[in-house]
Design a protein around this ligand. Structure first.
Ligand SMILES: [Zn+2]
Length: 584
């Protein structure tokens, strides 16, 4: 998911130029409350993750079979969804998430039709009373036949739904879905909690002949019948917001990437006719992006399927193996496309490593944002790494802690003022940078690899998708370093305010101390440069000193290793706020 840009803040000039005007102002839109508005979505359908009914948490989702027939002129779909489920605990009611305005024509459990009186879906939780309750360990299928218009995307890709439009030449339907900000139940019956993504999926999209419906995973084949084409895809471990319904007159650029791990990764770019030249230039970036990832982090997790990118109108979104690319092929001073690289980072930080609780969403967006300084460093060197970080630094607001330790849904983290919202991107990135500088490259990248793959030595075939938590990452860092970095996590993740250096000069000495929220311990070593000479103060008790005369030239943290309070940034942000107020 691309970052919500903060009006006029932050971004380096190149990035500002890339942001469509419609997305340039940070607005967390409230729900549409008129049920007759085609953008209306119930609170239940808008919800992603968070506390769930026990009946849902009792389930294991083995397989999703999703067949959608798409009627572009009517903005309507007909769906047949079969969920293969198992129970970890007894259930008497099956509860699925589904947009309540879909009309359900048939439900069958294990092939036996359920009487309409046995199910209802008033607000987005489809409750099916089971004729025979299931014990723990039961295996069954639920088939739901339904139809209707999926909710129209209100503000894609941040408030999800479906967008029905025409290609820029006005000739063909161009349909896009963004399931972020709503989840799978915007499109099909499912279990909208990160831990309840299906292990495997078969997707069948039937569209008018002449149109293509690219999907997640590997292409299985297409069937033509009576003026319709069905596109079949097979995928594994698709996130609950990571599937797509994208339809258009797509063309495909194809290539193979020879991985350093010995395997071959199919590369596919689904683009629109008329964009061949620009599309070819973007496609030429795919191998260098894979080079970076496989060198610095580890093997591409979905090599058995594809590296897939699709040109879409809105969704800069990490749909697994089919990431949405809505940029207009800009050129940047860095020489690579930031949206492509941000979204591609999510194949690791969101799709391979998924949060179990949206409270830890910085693992997706913060590490995903740190991937841009990292690729900048890999391709362009130190100045590009620092330039990326500096632009991110200016966007950190510190209004709420990144993490609470509570079970939270996506809205509480991403949209509500009580959550960290946009900070999960740049602050998450800067915390990663600070940790790297603290523990060193070897330990840092080993910790990231272990977090992402569940092991420090990933190779194709020896790892499975992982769920991660902030506390789990702390344990990994502690195990690898043999030290306890709880103090680091306590300040950066569980407190809003940044640590601050308080510096004074007395009697020929520079005295520095860390000031932290709630006076938390913060033994962060601090570099200071005095008259051109750098000394590292251990700060074990939170303070230190070094000789510096009254006229000495002093720079705190001259290599910018540490995320800390900055008067310059605070004043810059305050000035920006006055500029925004003046424009309104
Ligand atoms: Zn993102």
């Amino acid at each position: 998911m691309r970052k919500v840009t903060i009006g006029a803040v932050v971004l380096c000039a190149a990035m500002v130029a890339q942001v469509p005007a419609a997305h340039a102002q940070r607005q967390v839109a409230g729900p549409v409350t008129d049920p007759n508005d085609p953008k209306y979505i119930t609170a239940q359908t808008r919800k992603m993750g968070g506390p769930m009914p026990a009946e849902q948490l009792a389930l294991i989702f083995d397989h999703l079979d999703l067949a959608l027939k798409v009627f572009p002129d009517e903005k309507r779909i007909e769906g047949v969804t079969t969920l293969s489920l198992r129970t970890k605990a007894p259930i008497t009611t099956l509860i699925l998430d589904l947009f309540p305005k879909f009309t359900i024509s048939e439900i069958a459990i294990d092939g036996k039709n359920v009487a309409p009186s046995a199910y209802s879906n008033p607000e987005g939780q489809l409750r099916i009373t089971l004729a025979t309750p299931f014990d723990a360990g039961a295996k069954f299928t639920a088939r739901i036949v339904y139809a209707g218009t999926p909710p129209l995307a209100k503000r894609p890709p941040w408030e999800g739904g479906t967008t029905w439009m025409k290609t820029p030449d006005g000739k063909y339907p161009w349909i896009d879905t963004s399931l972020w900000g709503g989840g799978c139940d915007l499109l099909y019956p499912c279990l909208d909690h990160p831990t309840l993504k299906p292990a495997t999926s078969d997707l069948h999209y039937t569209v008018p002949a002449g149109l293509m419906a690219p999907g997640n995973g590997a292409f299985v084949g297409k069937e033509e019948k009576d003026g319709w084409t069905t596109w079949n895809w097979r995928a594994r471990s698709i996130h609950t917001y990571g599937s797509v319904l994208d339809v258009g007159p797509y063309k495909v650029m194809e290539g193979d990437y020879k991985s350093r791990f010995g395997n071959t990764i199919p590369m596919r770019f689904f683009y629109l006719p008329g964009e061949e030249t620009k599309a070819a230039e973007l496609f030429a970036e795919f191998p260098q992006t894979l080079d970076f990832w496989e060198n610095v982090i580890g093997p591409y997790p979905w090599a058995d399927q594809k590296m897939g990118v699709i040109r879409v109108p809105y969704s800069g979104l990490e749909n697994q193996t089919l990431i949405g690319y809505s940029n207009d092929y800009p050129k940047t001073m860095f020489g690579w496309d930031w949206l492509l690289n941000h979204e591609f980072s999510h194949e690791w930080f969101a799709n391979q490593l998924s949060v179990a609780n949206y409270d830890d969403l910085w693992l997706h967006e913060g590490l995903g944002s740190y991937a841009q300084p990292l690729i900048a460093e890999y391709l362009g060197g130190e100045i590009d790494y620092m330039a990326q970080l500096k632009s991110q630094r200016a966007g950190i607001r510190n209004e709420q802690p990144l993490v609470t330790g509570q079970e939270r849904g996506e809205k509480e983290v991403y949209a509500d003022p009580t959550g960290p919202r946009g900070d999960i991107y740049p602050k998450g990135s800067w915390v990663a940078h600070t940790l790297r500088k603290l523990i060193g490259d070897d330990a840092f990248f080993k910790s990231i690899r272990t977090l992402v793959y569940g092991r420090p030595d990933p190779k194709p075939g020896n790892f499975t998708p992982q769920f991660g938590t902030t506390q789990g990452y702390l344990k990994i860092v502690n195990d690898i370093t043999g030290k306890d970095y709880k103090w680091f996590f306590d300040v950066y993740f569980y407190r809003a305010a940044l640590p601050k250096v308080v510096a004074t000069r007395e009697n020929g000495m520079l005295k520095v101390r860390w000031q932290t929220p709630d006076n938390l311990p913060f033994p962060m070593p601090l570099d200071v440069r005095v008259n051109g000479k750098v000394v590292t103060l251990p700060m074990t008790a939170g303070s230190g000193e070094t000789p510096a005369g009254a006229q000495a030239a002093v720079t705190i943290d001259p290599s910018s290793k540490i995320l800390m309070q900055s008067d310059a940034i605070d004043k810059f942000q305050a000035w920006q706020a006055t500029q925004r107020a003046g424009r309104q």
